[in-house]
Design a protein around this ligand. Structure first.
Ligand code: 8YV
Length: 336
């Protein structure tokens, strides 16, 4: 019996690639360069499964194929706003992601970035590397205390709750939550948190605001110029979610005119391109999309992809279903 064919869009941890190769007829993107829409179109036409990552773009152009072979897109990553779900629905393609395994490391990084920007770690690093430090003094690179302050968390899913856990129990922070749906009281109570009626109501209360909501059209520019103006003038914005959630032009203006205290970004609207105006802001900490970038988590994400593929090709519904009909609808190459 032939093994299902799988196209993997970027290099993955060695143990993941080895395990994938055992169970599937796998083609890896050996040069590890981003794939084009044409390449994804070819993949969807010729492979039983495609494994993209959050930095790929699988939009309508990729689905413009007379007859698709792909029956499952098993995303490597929790975010899936880079996959056009209207197209996958029309083509009855199942989509899965890799939640849970990256929640702790992404929250760790968000906590680190909040501390970095509040305590001006970026300024200090640049000053030392430039050989410009002439010794400590009471007024040198004075930042903002984090412990005991108010943290607003936008999006209270798994990662948002892990951020609340760190901030509340580790740094004594008061937690205010904005979430599209009502958060059960017992969940809020775990972190001593309360839910604001709206994002506009949350923002003026917070010393720090950390974004943990999904990307995609429904949250594009959720943080725009008006909302940035609702923040306290010494408050900080942290984004480890998706770049499109923040209007970067408005943020650059807020940073340049000091209408907020600063920001920390791990994701960007047009990554890997960085808005040149942002790059000029010293009250900004930037990292290149490292939220889940630990050995343990990147391997666990890959194993989660394989779990989802294995379930699907055994004819079972994958645990991490994002969208689609599952395997029953199709006559598929099976694994035993
Ligand atoms: C990257 C992420 O997608 O999980 C997500 O949604 O943004 C990250 O984990 C992944 O690391 C590939 O670069």
């Amino acid at each position: 019996m032939s093994k299902p064919s799988v196209l993997v869009s970027r290099r993955l941890p060695a143990a993941v690639e080895a395990k994938l190769s055992d169970g599937y007829d796998v083609v890896f993107n050996r040069n590890d360069r981003p794939m084009s829409a044409d390449q994804f179109r070819d993949a969807l036409a010729n492979f039983d499964a495609v494994v993209p990552t959050g930095t790929d773009r699988i939009d309508a152009r990729a689905f413009d194929v007379p007859r698709l072979r792909t029956r499952i897109i098993a995303n490597y990553g929790v975010g899936f706003s880079h996959i056009d779900l209207a197209c996958t629905e029309r083509q009855a393609i199942t989509v899965t992601n890799t939640p849970d395994v990256l929640s702790e490391c992404t929250a760790d990084l968000a906590m680190m970035m909040m501390l970095m920007v509040a305590r001006r770690a970026g300024d200090g690093e640049r000053e030392l590397r430039a050989g410009a430090w002439d010794g400590g003094r009471p007024t040198h690179l004075v930042g903002t205390k984090v412990s005991g302050k108010v943290l607003g968390i936008v999006g209270f899913g798994r990662i948002g709750q892990e951020m609340a856990r760190r901030a509340h129990f580790g740094f004594g922070m008061e937690i205010v939550v904005y979430n599209r749906s009502r958060v059960p009281e017992e969940v809020l109570a775990r972190f001593g948190a309360r839910q604001a009626e709206s994002l506009d109501a949350l923002l003026p209360q917070c010393d720090f605001v950390s974004l943990h909501c999904p990307g995609g059209p429904e949250n594009r520019h959720l943080m725009n110029g008006v909302r940035l103006s609702l923040m306290k003038p010494d408050a900080y914005l942290i984004n480890t979610a998706r770049g499109e959630v923040v209007n970067e032009t408005a943020l650059a203006q807020a940073l340049m005119f000091d209408t907020i205290g600063g920001a920390a970004l791990d994701v960007f609207e047009r990554e890997p391109a960085i808005d040149p105006m942002l790059a000029q802001c010293d009250n900004l900490v930037m990292l290149p999309h490292l939220g889940s970038a630990t050995r343990e988590t990147r391997e666990a994400m890959g194993m989660r992809v394989i779990e989802n593929l294995d379930a699907f090709f055994r004819g079972e519904m994958p645990r991490d279903l994002v969208a689609g009909p599952g395997p029953k609808l199709h006559v598929l190459p099976r694994i035993v």
